[in-house]
Design a protein around this ligand. Structure first.
Ligand code: ADP
Ligand code: MG
Ligand code: MG
Length: 883
């Protein structure tokens, strides 16, 4: 089998389409090479080799060694250098590269092939001893960390000691001899730690690094990242071995990263950072402050250090052409790594750039306008879930801004929370339901869990392409990076900024769109839903077939839902209308009533409230369908339970305390979710449902009589299991409706249907369809009842199931398409067999989950219904599902 694919010298074995085999990095290196761009030659060890490695007790495929040697020989031929040769040494980088990009998740080793002898060869060859030793010490440090698992700080301490001794504070202040002394101490430290010397043999180094890249696929950071982004472990990573080019060969050398458009706001302008006389990770690591690429950007930032455009105009011109070629070729915004070695440009990586939702929208809409992509392609370019970032509040421009510091606007959106200084604290506080802002000197991949838990992130160091900035954008967390005025005293639990102290636990706010850090919690405002957002949503609406409705019962929710483009209400939970202070007293009175007469008397008090609610809802919805679910929860949910609460309620309402307590005890159920709830309430106390049906229809008549759009009420009976149940409820509904419409003298369309929440209901959907004009899949309960798992208790064991791979995802978040999905398929089929035009929708949490929406499209449901804020996500997901 072929485990190794070469690239470089103007051609390649692979191409961009081979990401699965070569990983993203390897496939694009091959593609760039074939495009004739200046790519240092190298080869890719395939992901299949990694899969083979893990499937065979960590053994390499038999042919691998031979193919790697052939790959090396080819690099040697192109470069004219020899791997391990003392006079003319070839140095390589060993880089990981999975199918999906996992920034900073895995480890790269640069300058491999250096040892005590080749470093002298490199010094002679380059005529620069300092450069050679600088490269060697970097190599020892990286290799020791990545391959030998020695800690970074050991090397940092040694370097700091030397700097103190020499009284210099930047790395560039060290001479060749200084570096030689550092290297000596590095090697001594390695020997002391491992009991054996730092490996001198180039081949041993190479295989050590290859093994470490494979091993890094299984490290904790990588596992966490994969879980967060749904990347299967089975994919494996490729390894790229590539001849080194040097950005640290003096003032005509540099290294940098660029985006063809601004990844934060989508502006169509070259964007990025570079460092003169530096290597690889220096730019991202935040060790030195990088310089702008373009003159315009430098002026905007008010920087003094020259931009690349000014410092090396000729190379910059060439670079600009390459970058434009790449964007045109890939038809998408590119994220690019490059190095300039003594005035010569080399391309080291390109990929479709990660971007904020705001940038994704703008880039998609712009590229469609530029004619680079079609409008439906543009619809496919925006991740539905990422819209969440745009739908969140920003700071009210009229609010008072107590700005305490400024950093870079690394990831947009505003967030308020308590200050925490480390990731574990962030995770703990978030688990307690607190909002926190994580404040760090800089972040590293070890901080992923803390960044995930935090509402927002501040770093004191690092640029727009620092780890914190890249990861925060990917997660949709607001982030302010490089806030240099913030002095962090982690041990003391405070940060100081311009003479003010802020302690852990204090509330601050960040504005990731401006880079402001503010004291306190200024007022926030809702997002603007016009411009690119409206354009793209319009294109999405042209493509989608599924209708999108919202779950809403309050006027505010209903208005928000309409603003977000909801085409109706898919679930109005009437019990939410009962909890209001003025109503709950009457509800309790009804529950305490000794007989039907008493209940009716209490219900008569609730009826006007209920009717008024519906009038308001129908008015807001202007003729769009509104599905109203009749009372669903067990009655004891409305009663106080503890002795204290009972007393308080008795005093407040004048109800008898002893009676309250007795009734609460009577209503107690061992298993309330399977107890006296849903339509079982309507069957045992029909007067409750009668009151509700009456309120709905009277409200509808009133709205129609007022000359407004006639409402389209859909009356929904929850938790039905049997055809006979449905028939009883249908008759009840029609009887009341007929009476109301006659009384009012109004002709009005209404429909009667049911939620499908029980496996029996799904299986016997034909029986239900005889009397139900619509089904709404209540997938929260249907998931509970199908698995026999209570959502409220699942937290205790669900993680173990996910960790052990028994559940891929939480079935309450993303629909179990095999099991619960099968029931939905069966119900749809059997329901339609009896009533071909039965209307089908889904109203569980899953209605806003893009993967679940894909399933709904496949089954041919008519609509999905989700929380108002998820409506745009659902519209986009529905469009993508239809493409
Ligand atoms: P990551 O996935 O973390 O970006 P990379 O493999 O891309 O890791 O490499 C890390 C850094 O080293 C990048 O800045 C990259 O440009 C640089 N680098 C990688 N290979 C080479 C090489 N052959 N010559 C010079 N720099 C390199
Ligand atoms: Mg890396
Ligand atoms: Mg890279």
């Amino acid at each position: 089998a072929q485990w190794v694919y070469a690239f470089g010298g103007g051609g390649a074995d692979g191409d961009a389409s081979m990401k699965n085999l070569l990983g993203g990095k390897g496939a694009n290196l091959a593609e760039m090479s074939s495009l004739g761009l200046p790519v240092p030659p190298g080869f890719t060890i395939t992901t299949e080799a990694c899969v083979h490695y893990y499937a065979n007790g960590k053994q390499y495929p038999a042919e691998l060694a031979e193919q790697v040697q052939a790959g090396l020989a080819k690099i040697e031929e192109i470069t004219g250098k020899q791997f391990g040769d003392v006079t003319n040494p070839l140095l390589v980088s060993v880089r990981s590269g999975a199918r999906a990009s996992m920034p900073g998740m895995m480890d790269t080793v640069l300058n491999l092939g250096l040892n005590d002898e080749t470093v002298e060869g490199l010094a002679k060859l380059s005529g620069d001893r300092r450069f050679a030793y600088d490269s060697y010490r970097r190599f020892i440090q990286m290799y020791s960390n990545v391959v030998l698992n020695l800690e970074h700080h050991m090397f940092e301490e040694i370097l700091d000691d030397h700097k103190d001794r020499l009284d210099v504070n930047v790395d560039t202040g060290l001479t060749a001899d200084d570096w030689a002394a550092v290297i000596k101490d590095y090697k001594a430290a390695v020997r002391e730690q491992l009991g054996k010397p730092f490996p001198q043999d180039a081949q041993e180094q190479l295989w050590g690094a290859v093994g470490a890249v494979f091993a890094s696929w299984m490290n904790d950071r990588a596992k966490f990242y994969r879980r967060m982004h749904d990347i299967p472990e089975s994919w494996g990573t490729a390894v790229n071995i590539q001849s080194m080019v040097f950005g640290n060969m003096g003032e005509t050398s540099a290294t940098g990263v660029a985006f063809t458009r601004n990844p934060s706001n989508g502006d169509n302008r070259l964007y990025g950072e570079f460092l003169i006389n530096a290597q690889g990770e220096d730019v991202v690591a935040g060790i030195r402050t990088p310089q702008s690429l373009t003159k315009a950007a430098r002026e905007e930032m008010g920087d003094t250090a020259p931009s690349m455009e000014e410092a090396m105009p000729e190379v910059f011109g060439q670079f600009k052409t390459v970058v434009e070629t790449l964007e045109r070729h890939y038809r998408d915004m590119q994220d690019i790594e490059f190095t300039v070695e003594q005035g010569k440009l080399y391309m080291l990586q390109t990929r479709n750039g990660k971007r904020t939702a705001k940038a994704a929208l703008k880039i998609a809409v712009d590229m469609a306008a530029e004619g680079v992509i079609s409008t439906s392609e543009a619809v496919g370019r925006v991740e539905p879930a990422s819209l969440d970032q745009l739908l969140h509040p920003t700071i009210d421009p009229s609010a008072h801004r107590d700005v305490i510091a400024k950093g870079l606007p690394a990831s947009p959106g505003a967030a308020t929370g308590k200050i925490v200084f480390n990731s574990d604290a962030a995770e703990k506080a978030a688990a307690n339901g607190e909002s926190v802002i994580l404040v760090r000197e800089e972040t590293s991949p070890e901080d992923i869990h803390g960044m995930h838990a935090a509402r927002g992130i501040i770093t004191a160091r690092g640029g727009m392409t620092s780890h914190a900035a890249v990861v925060a954008r990917g997660m949709g967390r607001p982030c302010v990076s490089g806030a240099g005025d913030v002095a962090i005293f982690e041990k003391e639990g405070l940060f100081r900024v311009r003479g003010r102290d802020f302690r852990a636990g204090e509330i601050i706010t960040i504005d990731g769109s401006t880079g402001d850090i503010l004291a306190g919690a200024p007022k926030m405002i809702e997002p603007e839903l016009t411009g690119d957002f409206a354009t793209l949503m319009g294109w999405a609406d042209q493509v989608r077939r599924l209708k999108v409705r919202a779950n809403a019962e309050t006027p505010l929710d209903a208005k928000t839902a309409r603003q977000f483009g909801a085409e109706g209400i898919g679930l109005c939970r009437t019990e939410h209308m009962f909890f209001d202070d003025t109503r709950i007293a009457a509800v309790r009175e009804m529950i305490l009533a000794d007989d039907e007469k008493g209940r009716r008397a209490a219900l008569a008090k609730i009826a006007p409230f209920q009717k008024a609610d519906f009038v308001e809802l129908f008015t807001i919805m202007e003729g769009l369908p509104v599905t109203i679910r009749l009372l669903d929860p067990p009655l004891h949910e409305f009663l106080p339970h503890t002795e204290e609460d009972v007393q308080a309620v008795a005093v407040a309402t004048g109800l008898d305390a002893a009676k309250l307590m007795r009734r609460a005890k009577e209503l107690h159920e061992t298993n309330p979710m399977l107890g006296h709830r849903g339509c079982r309430l309507g069957v045992s106390y029909p007067e409750i449902y009668e009151m509700q049906v009456r309120a709905i229809l009277e409200a509808a008549c009133e709205v129609k009589k007022a000359g407004k759009q006639p409402p389209a009420p859909e009356i929904m009976h929850p938790l039905v299991a049997k055809g006979e149940e449905m028939k009883y409820l249908r008759d009840l509904t029609d009887r009341v409706a007929k009476a109301v419409l006659e009384e009012q003298g109004v002709a009005l369309e209404y429909t009667v249907g049911t939620m499908i929440e029980l496996p029996r209901a799904a299986l016997r959907a034909g029986d239900l369809a005889a009397n139900a004009e619509f089904f709404s899949f209540g997938t929260n309960d249907l998931t509970q009842t199908t698995f026999g798992i209570s959502r409220d208790d699942a937290g205790k064991f669900l993680n173990a199931y996910i960790e052990k791979g028994i559940f891929e995802k939480d079935p309450f978040v993303s629909l179990d398409q095999d099991g619960v999905g099968d029931l939905i398929r069966i119900a749809a089929e059997r329901g339609r067999a009896v009533r071909p035009n039965v209307k089908l929708g889904i109203c569980g949490e899953h209605g806003g989950d893009p993967a679940s929406i894909g399933f709904c499209e496949k089954v041919g449901l008519d609509y999905v219904s989700c929380s108002p804020y998820r409506v745009p996500i659902a519209r986009l997901a529905a469009a993508q599902a239809a493409m």
